[in-house]
Design a protein around this ligand. Structure first.
Ligand code: PEP
Ligand code: MN
Length: 346
């Protein structure tokens, strides 16, 4: 459900609080003209109270039966914050899971170029154990003179790849005018780095019934990324995964600088899954395996990696694409690390 207003207070129910006691708190908030955002957890239920802070302060919430603690939510992000959801979010995409011990291995071409290229990549990454297929039909390109993607025809090719391999699709939505087509095809809607603060687009995908993969803008802070996710969740779509994909720094030896520190910071700040894109961060394929391992070790809930049957002939991002012939060895290394960390491929 969409949230109207800002959640200001957290009401933490005791472990033995009954559902009736939770309902009672919700009813008392409603009576006072406030709203409740209820998140049941394994151990306790947390209620976010939405309303004027001054009004909420007048309610004797601490004295309600079953209430253990009442705390203000001080961070600017509320619904995505760690405090409001007692358990980490697990996102289920056609039976593949990401979050809380389930590691997502998302792979595929940068761009859907033509049918065989996409199908061949899909088969290779599936055989190597990937859990989802990535691929852009609508491409954000720095130069307006380069290939901009196949658009709707690309979505059809992706559908064929899903049909053959069973892999759920992650594909980018760039423009609110394409919401219908992309949401219909995608299993996960990607919001690209350049659109991280396209608030109209964020609100649109917040109304969609599909998970969202939100990429961090190259110049965006962690807090800005979380605020962007808040836009999506506020509209009612709580299935958001955040993606660190490298930020712009003075360093030129890599395409962007992978902000490894952002991974544990995000894991502390939010209950949403955090994935990492080592391909765009590195910009060179020889660095992708090391960055992928580092991200996995730092606590990422998954990685999204670009692969291609013939990277030298690729229309986009050639230098960073892992040849499909080498993908199985790469995936095996990640799988071993995931197992070592006590997680499983989702
Ligand atoms: C992509 O994943 O295809 C892409 C364009 O990445 P980013 O938005 O991170 O640049
Ligand atoms: Mn790319």
């Amino acid at each position: 459900m969409a949230v109207n207003g800002s959640p200001e207070l957290l009401i933490v129910m005791g472990a033995s609080a009954t559902p009736e006691q939770v309902d009672e708190v919700v009813a008392r908030l409603a009576e006072a003209g406030a709203h409740a955002h209820v998140t049941p957890g394994r151990e306790a239920t947390v209620i976010g109270a939405i309303g004027e802070r001054e009004l909420l302060a007048t309610l004797p919430l601490e004295g309600f039966p079953g209430v253990e603690q009442v705390l203000p939510i001080l961070k600017p992000y509320k619904l995505v914050s760690r405090e409001i959801a007692p358990d980490p979010t697990v996102i289920d995409v056609r039976g593949r899971r990401i979050g809380d011990g389930y590691f997502g291995l998302i792979a595929g071409p940068c761009t859907v170029e033509y049918r065989e290229q996409t199908l061949e990549t899909a088969r290779a990454v599936k055989a190597a154990g990937a859990t989802m297929l990535r691929g852009g039909a609508f491409k954000p390109r720095t130069s307006p003179y380069t290939f901009q993607g196949l658009g709707v025809d690309g979505l059809q090719i992706l559908e064929e790849a899903r049909e053959e391999t069973g892999l759920p699709l992650v594909t980018e939505l760039m423009d609110p005018r394409h919401v219908e087509e992309v949401v219909e095809t995608a299993d996960v809607i990607q919001i690209g780095a350049r659109n991280m603060q396209n608030f109209i687009l964020l609100s649109e995908v917040g109304k969609a019934d599909k998970p969202v993969l939100l990429k961090r803008g190259p110049s965006a802070s962690v807090e800005e990324l979380l605020m962007a996710a808040e836009y999506v969740v506020k509209e009612g779509n709580a299935k958001v995964m955040l993606c660190e994909r490298g930020i712009r720094t003075f360093e030129r030896s890599t395409r962007y600088t992978l902000d490894i520190g952002a991974i544990p910071v995000l894991k502390l700040e939010t209950h949403l899954p955090v994935i990492v894109d080592p391909s765009h961060a590195a910009g060179r394929r020889d660095l992708v395996p090391a960055l992928a391992r580092a991200a996995t070790a730092a606590g990422a809930d998954g990685i999204i990696v670009e692969a291609h049957p013939q990277p030298d002939e690729a229309l986009c991002d050639g230098p960073q694409l892992i040849p499909t012939a080498e993908f199985a060895a790469f995936a095996e290394e990640i799988r071993r690390l995931v197992t070592l960390l006590g997680k499983e491929i989702g």
